[in-house]
Design a protein around this ligand. Structure first.
Ligand code: IMP
Length: 430
């Protein structure tokens, strides 16, 4: 039972990625959705990829919360998300092809911004200069338009005249950039306008005032699980800027991205992998550029669900995790993919950073410093056995329990679930 769901007016539980994303949030949301009425997503877009294994089926969702696999759960895509209608339609079609009905169970915020074809094109063109290593899904350019107040929102789909006017203006402006700045091919105005006018018909039935929906649900005592995409260290404010995404995956983003008051939040569940991975560029102090990193990648299947890129792999970084726990206010941890460490004789964990031989008190705010830190490692004995049959905490080998408890002590939060394999049932509940 998730802690705060059991008291008075049900409080909202927020799920955040505690590292650089890809911690396995999809599986955790799928698991906790069983005890939820509503699962709501608050930021990011189709840059996220949640892989779920249910029986012999594998689902990869990018926009729709993985709670959709439970037919009693209503899923919300909040105002803080940027929506690519092409990706959304594909996802709806995929779910329907698996016989999952979303009728009445998907609510999309009026206020969410749309990703346009020119955002995706711009993302790719900008990458040739800045090399953040983005997913190329148009996320940054869409948030730029949002904050420069030229974005097109879901609500605009409801008025064809307004939509057409905004679209023509947006395409004309971006075409000028493509021509003058990038010497790139321009978008065809009429094709794009026709395509987006069609989305109005397809998405109309899902459009809702989700701000009222989630607030009323909260006040009625419904159980709300609120899901962030990516991870805290990719947060636009608190992550390893500029190698970050363009939104706020940290728990604070849950309020702005859904219109829920901070007082609604009763707990923050941090999802942390038993080791670390990162996709895209940017500092990664515990990265293993060797055979051990290669082993983590192959045993953990560490390839991006959205782009297929190999993920960079390294040992667990407790300095980064402590920082993430602080910024997010993590009240409990779900430790994922512990089984990936099954066959290591020794495990290393970074407990501190040194800079020029001196201990560093804080997680550095600039990438130049973070690139220079030297991780201080503690070595732990591996368990060298399979966790496949472990269902209770006591079933875990002692060395695995020691590893879990070391994390709890370092972070000051309880590890409530432990992932022991990709399947829905492969989890140990404490
Ligand atoms: P963007 O979000 O596509 O703009 O990419 C910005 C950075 O965030 C890049 O380093 C991406 O690899 C990273 N990123 C974006 N989405 C995810 C995700 O779901 N998991 C892990 N990294 C991500």
């Amino acid at each position: 039972m998730i802690g705060a769901f059991s008291c008075g007016i049900m409080s909202v539980q927020v799920i955040v990625g505690a590292q650089w994303g890809d911690e396995g949030k999809g599986k955790v949301v799928d698991l906790l959705a069983e005890q939820s009425d509503i699962v709501a997503r608050y930021q990011g877009g189709a840059n996220a990829g949640h892989t779920l294994v249910v029986g012999d089926r594998k689902y990869v969702l990018h926009l729709i919360p993985s709670g959709i696999l439970h037919d009693n759960v209503v899923c919300v895509i909040g105002n803080g998300v940027v929506i690519d209608p092409v990706a959304l339609m594909e996802e709806i079609a995929l779910l329907e092809s698996f016989g999952i009905s979303i009728e009445g169970r998907l609510k999309i915020s009026h206020k969410a911004h749309l990703i346009m074809p020119y955002h995706k094109l711009l993302d790719t063109l900008q990458e040739s200069g800045q090399k953040i290593g983005t997913t190329g899904r148009g996320i940054g350019p869409a948030y730029i338009d949002k904050y420069s107040r030229t974005g097109i929102r879901i609500v605009d789909l409801l008025d064809r005249t307004i939509l057409e006017e905004k679209l023509r203006r947006g395409i004309a402006q971006k075409n000028e950039w493509f021509r003058k700045v990038y010497d790139a091919k321009e978008l065809d105005v009429e094709t794009t306008v026709a395509e987006y006018l069609e989305f109005d018909r397809k998405i109309d039935s899902y459009i809702t005032d989700t701000t009222y929906f989630v607030n009323e649900a909260w006040r009625e005592g419904k159980r709300l699980l609120v899901e962030g995409a990516q991870g805290a260290l990719l947060d636009i404010d608190h992550g390893t800027y500029p190698f970050v995404t363009s939104s706020s995956p940290t728990s604070g983003g849950a309020c702005t991205g859904l219109g829920l008051p901070p007082t609604a939040i009763g707990g923050v569940i941090g999802i942390a992998k038993a080791y670390c991975t990162r996709v895209g560029n940017g500092p990664f102090p515990t990265e293993l550029d060797d055979q051990t990193g290669e082993r983590l990648r192959s045993e953990g299947g560490e390839f991006g669900a959205t782009t297929g890129r190999p993920r960079r792999c390294g040992w667990l970084d407790l300095v980064a995790l402590r920082y993430s726990a602080m910024v997010n206010g993590i009240t409990e941890i779900v430790l994922t993919k512990l089984d990936v460490l099954n066959n290591f004789d020794e495990l290393r964990v970074c407990t501190d950073y040194l800079l020029d031989g001196r201990p560093l008190k804080y997680f550095p705010c600039d990438c130049a410093t973070l690139e220079r830190v030297q991780p201080v490692y503690e070595t732990f004995k591996g368990w060298n056995s399979s966790l496949a049959d472990c269902r209770a905490y006591a079933d875990l080998p002692k060395a695995a329990r020691d590893y879990v408890e070391m994390i709890e002590r370092a972070i000051g939060a309880r590890v409530s679930y432990i992932g022991t394999g990709p399947g829905r049932d492969e989890v140990v509940t404490r």
